[in-house]
Ligand binder design. Structure first.
Ligand code: NDP
Ligand code: 2IT
Length: 445
């Protein structure tokens, strides 16, 4: 790392003790930015990096609610409003027992660059709670969401901060959150949340957007090597929103998607994952992958273990951070891996990224490859602002244009900085320069 940036990084790490995931995200970005600061000493002068690493505002709050047996439960809520240089804070809410400030900050920090790369007018933020929706009834989830919004509502707004879903937060939760916001404020402010239902201000394609976008990005990477998804053997991790839609899109482009996972195990389905059945089990019945395996029949379900033990030419990690380590990466590379498209945020460890890059594997980092979700959120905001709703075809066309644009910008930036094919460098520099220029123009705030 550039010595000037190393000193700033040390201070950031010292000021934010115990936030391992935030440290990891910061270090990865800083490692790309030396050459930018040679060209733009004004960024150092204006302390752009120091300011970027210090969220504009961090909100932590108590979320009390009552479970179905009448017992009081207390969770912790977070919203980190990281950077508003390009637009209102924008980013998801994650409900998962592992959520703490370090995870929310890593996600919020990544979101700044991702959102800049989309070319849409959105800043970066993230939030969530250590609430675990798994095994909770609809009524419990509703009471939790209502309590969460009873504090959050005062910090958000269509011109201020626009949350959406992430792990553990989908259409059901956005519905309860929106209802409570509307009730407290007495405003039908559609643009305050994205990921809404289609009959009450949501956008077609938003549910599919992250998974679809990840595959579109990976397809563009494959094209640079004169190939495509057609005939690839694909392994996807996770079996939630991003994973399911990535599987569907990869299959539509001719790939054989042979495995996916959840936090309990993975399934190998050599005939190709049955997406309609997977959607029914996961999205309608809120079941487990094990249920999919039982209903499908003739497939292998592995309890525990790692889905990365299954060979593939293309892998799409779509579950969670640091789910793919250096040893798994090395094994995949030995067995013929060609490309990685990160549907999740920071799913590959630093060691894994190094293995992929050294082996010349096409590697699309999450902040570029999974930007289709937030980009389509921005399209939802556009539709809300103009009180319009677009067709599936039109919205998907916009998403495709945006993803191809992100790919091309990352590739061009990597080339400009002397490292053709390095999408990590391209994404970090491309996102950073846009935000830094805006921060410089807006003065010391
Ligand atoms: P979902 O809650 O719909 O699905 C998450 C999936 O990942 C589930 O299969 C879950 O398994 C698995 N998973 C979650 N945590 C772990 C863990 N600690 N270990 C192993 N498996 C785990 O979330 P999404 O699909 O929305 O999100 C997946 C990833 O994509 C996240 O990294 C998210 O930040 C990222 N992302 C999401 C976007 C969106 O629009 N939704 C946009 C951009 C990125 P289980 O059910 O067993 O917990
Ligand atoms: O990580 C992400 O980009 C998301 N969870 C989606 C953010 C958004 O505001 O649509």
């Amino acid at each position: 790392m550039d010595a000037r940036l190393e000193a700033i990084k040390d201070t950031v790490l010292m000021r934010n003790p115990g936030e391992a995931e935030f440290h990891q995200a910061v270090v990865e970005v800083f490692e790309s930015l030396g050459p930018v600061h040679d060209r733009h000493p004004e960024f150092l002068e204006a302390a752009i990096l120091e300011r970027l690493c210090e969220p504009e505002r961090q909100i932590i709050f108590r979320v009390p609610w009552t479970d179905d047996s009448g017992r009081v439960q207390i969770n912790r809520g977070f919203r980190v409003e990281f950077n508003s240089a390009l637009g209102p804070y924008k980013g998801g809410l994650r409900f998962h027992p592992s959520v703490y400030l370090g995870i929310v900050k890593f996600l919020g920090f990544e979101q700044i660059f991702k959102n800049a790369l989309t070319g849409m007018p959105i800043g970066g933020g993230k939030g969530g709670s250590d609430f675990d929706p798994r095994g909770r009834s609809d009524a419990e989830v509703m009471r939790f969401c209502q309590s969460f919004m009873t504090e959050l509502y005062r910090h958000i707004g269509e011109y201020t901060d626009v949350p959406t879903g992430d792990i553990g937060v989908g259409g059901r939760e956005i519905g309860y959150l929106f209802g409570q916001y509307k009730r407290i404020t007495n405003r039908y402010e559609s643009g305050v949340l994205t990921g809404k239902g289609i009959s009450w201000g949501g956008s077609l394609v938003r549910p599919e957007a992250t998974g679809f976008g990840t595959v579109i990005f990976a397809q563009e990477m494959l094209k640079t090597r004169g190939t495509s998804f057609d005939g690839q053997r694909v392994v996807v991790s996770g079996s939630g929103n991003v994973a399911i839609n990535a599987i569907a899109k990869a299959q539509s482009l001719g790939a054989a998607v042979v495995a996916c996972s959840d936090s309990s195990g993975y399934v190998v389905d050599e005939a190709g994952i049955d997406v309609a059945l997977l959607r029914e089990v996961k999205e309608v019945q809120r079941g487990r992958l094990k249920d999919y395996a039982e209903r499908r029949g003739g497939v292998t379900y592995v309890d525990g273990g790692s889905v990365w033990d299954v060979d593939a030419t293309v892998v799409l990690p779509c579950a969670t951070q640091n789910e793919l380590d250096g040893a798994a990466a090395a094994r995949l590379v030995r067995n013929g891996l060609v490309a990685v498209g990160e549907g999740a945020n920071m799913p590959s460890t630093r060691d894994a990224v190094a293995v992929f890059q050294e082996a010349g594997v096409l590697f699309g980092p999450g902040k570029a490859a999974n930007a289709g979700g937030v980009a389509t959120s921005a399209l939802e905001m556009q539709q809300n602002a103009s009180r319009d709703s677009w067709s599936f075809e039109h919205t998907e066309e916009r998403l495709t244009e945006i993803m191809v644009g992100i790919h091309d910008r990352c590739a061009a930036t990597a080339e400009e900085y002397g490292e053709p094919g390095n999408y990590v460098l391209g994404a970090n520099i491309g996102g950073f320069v846009k935000v830094a220029d805006a921060m410089l123009a807006q003065g010391l705030i």
